[in-house]
Write a protein that binds this ligand. Structure first.
Ligand code: HEM
Length: 458
């Protein structure tokens, strides 16, 4: 068989450096454009001082399945995660092999069903306090900012059993500087540049030291108050190595807490803000969601058993994460040879799965840019490839916080929507910032009216 034509699947390179910068600086539009122009597998490359790095872009569900499930043993997390290691150390997101397996095993009980049940009142209490604050001062607010603070509060109090109410702004700011710096390290892979005493580099290093100190404080506090059961810090602190019997090192513990803080709050916050933005732009869906919540929850407090009955709300969340997947890309480096549609991936090559473009693949999602939660009705999902929707990734490295995040999003929306009406302040599309997570670049400003007032006015 004739080998596939390599040139046909390569966007035009810039002289000397290659074509990867076309993707690196504009990965959302480029992934869609490249699939239309070059097909299901697109080859990028970049010449660095050390070597030429080849990076394959894939955007279809069967290729996602091959990468993350069928052939996952042929890959490791890509070098792009190295720069995350600069920020977060060697936590579960970046760890490999035996260390990863062990940490994942230890952390799993922190996300069990009973834990989720215990967390519900915490998520509802903090969201209700936010709703009170917004209702008492009707105005335009940046919901993205509010969602970040809320998600951080809930995460710390549930997963870590640590109240950090007075520190959310600082934590958010530190993580922001650290993540921005980590992304710069990916986009401009010249390590020396990032070590120079430039203001941005200094700011990022300061943020990292402050975060390390803050997390150390959380760990010390947990040690002082003793183990409290199934929260994450207690589980990590109590775990012993099966061979040596030793406890986890202080550095490892700190890296894990940092990793869970970073991985667990911004993703959920982005999910919440994108969903609220979509509901503000589609008031008919907002009203349908409110009607469902009122019918299921009534006037009483939301209970764990009611969550699965909020079926429409769940479809809205899914559709929001299809259109705006908070984790928009996952990357791997090949440990051994593999093939996608006959194209040879060599050991050391990178494979970039664009969740963003997979979720907007017309073959599986007709009219892909349209917001339509009914795509997720069972009748409309029949026959769809099971990997066509993968906001939490797939395979063994799938998100450990998936159920926590979904449950939290449902709880937050079920608390906010019956109390507040959200309206757009502009019809312009949101500007998106695909950093480690997909974010709204200028926040999500929405006009907020208490529902009682909104109803009285109509
Ligand atoms: C809407 C919210 C969230 C989304 C969209 C999301 C998405 C993802 C994705 C796509 C991955 C796989 C990355 C890969 O394969 O390279 C992942 C991994 C991970 N997520 Fe999430 N996540 C969310 C919430 C959370 C929460 C709430 C937590 C913790 C409290 C969390 C902790 C983690 C961790 C620790 C990993 C690494 C798992 C491993 O490698 O074994 N995530 N997440």
């Amino acid at each position: 068989m004739k080998p596939p034509n390599r040139k046909a699947i390569e966007p035009r390179p810039f002289p000397l450096i290659g074509n990867l910068s076309r993707y690196a600086f504009n990965p959302l539009a480029e992934a869609i454009r490249a699939r239309k122009r070059h097909g299901r597998v697109v080859r990028y490359w970049i010449r660095t001082p050390a070597r030429t790095v080849v990076a394959w872009l894939i955007t279809s569900p069967d290729h996602a399945e091959q990468l993350l499930v069928e052939r996952h043993r042929s890959y490791r997390k890509a070098d792009t995660y190295e720069s995350l290691r600069w920020a977060l150390g060697d936590g579960m997101l970046t760890a490999e092999g035996e260390l990863w397996r062990r940490q994942r095993r230890i952390a799993t009980p922190a996300f069990g069903r009973d834990r989720l049940r215990e967390m519900l009142p915490v998520a509802v209490r903090h969201t209700a306090a936010l709703a009170d604050r917004l209702a008492n001062a009707p105005r335009t607010a940046d919901l993205h900012r509010e969602a970040n603070a809320l998600a951080l509060l809930v995460l710390c109090e549930t997963i870590f059993s640590t109240a950090i109410a007075d520190q959310t702004a600082r934590i958010g700011e530190h993580l922001e500087h650290m993540i921005k710096h980590a992304v710069d390290r990916i986009r401009i892979p010249i390590p020396l540049l990032h070590e120079l005493p430039l203001p941005a580099n200094r700011r990022a290093r300061r943020a990292r030291s402050s975060m390390n100190a803050l997390v150390e404080g959380m760990v010390t506090e947990a040690e002082r108050t003793g183990f409290s059961g199934n929260d994450l810090i207690s589980l990590f602190m109590a775990a012993t190595d099966p061979e040596s019997g030793e406890r986890m090192s202080r550095t490892q513990l700190r890296d894990e807490v940092l990793t869970f803080l970073a991985a667990g709050h911004e993703t959920t916050a982005n999910g919440l803000s994108f969903t609220l933005d979509l509901l503000a732009r589609h008031p008919e869906w907002q009203e349908r969601a409110v009607a469902e919540i009122q019918a299921v929850v009534g006037t009483g407090p939301l209970t764990f058993e009611q969550l699965p009955q909020l079926d429409l709300l769940r479809r809205i969340i899914d559709e929001s994460m299809r259109l705006f997947p908070p984790a928009w890309s996952v990357e791997r480096t090949a440990l051994e040879e593999d093939h996608f549609d006959g194209h040879r991936v060599a050991p050391g090559d990178m494979v970039m799965l664009s969740i963003w473009a997979t979720h907007r693949n017309e073959e599986h999602w007709p009219d892909p840019d349209r917001f339509d939660p009914d795509r997720f009705l069972p009748a409309n999902s029949a026959g769809r490839h099971r990997m066509a929707f993968l906001p939490f990734g797939l395979g063994p490295r799938m998100c450990i916080g998936k159920h926590f995040a979904l449950f939290e999003l449902q709880a937050m929306l079920a608390t906010l929507l019956p109390r507040l009406h959200f309206a757009s302040v502009s019809n312009a599309p949101l500007h998106l910032d695909p950093l480690v997570t997909l974010r709204p670049r200028h926040g999500v400003p929405l006009r907020i009216t208490p529902r009682a007032t909104a109803q009285a006015a109509t």
